[in-house]
Design a protein. Sequence first.
Length: 247
Amino acid sequence: MTIFAEILLLQKMMKQLTGLITLICALLILRMADAKVATPLNCDCKIKPFAQDKLIGDCSITAPGQYELSADCSTGITISASHVYLNLKSHVIKNDSHGHAGRGIVVYKVSNVAIVGPGKITNFIEGVLLDTATNSSVIGLDSSDNEQGIRVYVNSANNLLLANQTDSNTSNGIVLGEGSKRNQVFLNSTASNGVGISVKATSTDNQIIANVTSDNSHNLEDGNPNCDHNKWLGNQSNKVNSKSCIH
């Protein structure tokens, strides 16, 4: 079974499992992935630039495969190929300019991408951006001190955000944008953001389960009437939820 098939299997399991069992399953799958040979990536921009949109990452992964960071980075990375596994290997991706700028990691119009930690992404407009991405996963990252920690953008579907930390982002810790659907947000921790976890209007059929939110201006919010078909379950918040459908 390939790592991509393993990630898809994990996503299916997520629909039935929560809590500690889910996390154990994820860690076992990621251990199997780490045992496989990966291509070192040092963010020196010798890989092909993604010139179509200068607003997104400065360097690109343009071919399927398994990659791992071999050093800290000061430039963003765009993944513009499907079937990519990227392990940050405890490294830091940090924008060195004054103020938030650029994007840390962008997954752009592709599918079956897995980005795993540990590792930190900081001082960007968006730490991680899934833009028209499907069947992809962001697992075990620290995306803090950005404008937005992790953003799932329009038309992105069937993605998994698992066991990430998103703290002290000036806007959202985690946001599911308009038109995104069938995404799974499980076991994340988010604190001291503008909004901890935000689901925008017309983002539907998502599962937001067993996350921990604290000390955000607003911990949990859903822009759909009565949460539409979004499932909120077992989330911990130190503030009263804005809607009775958020649990």
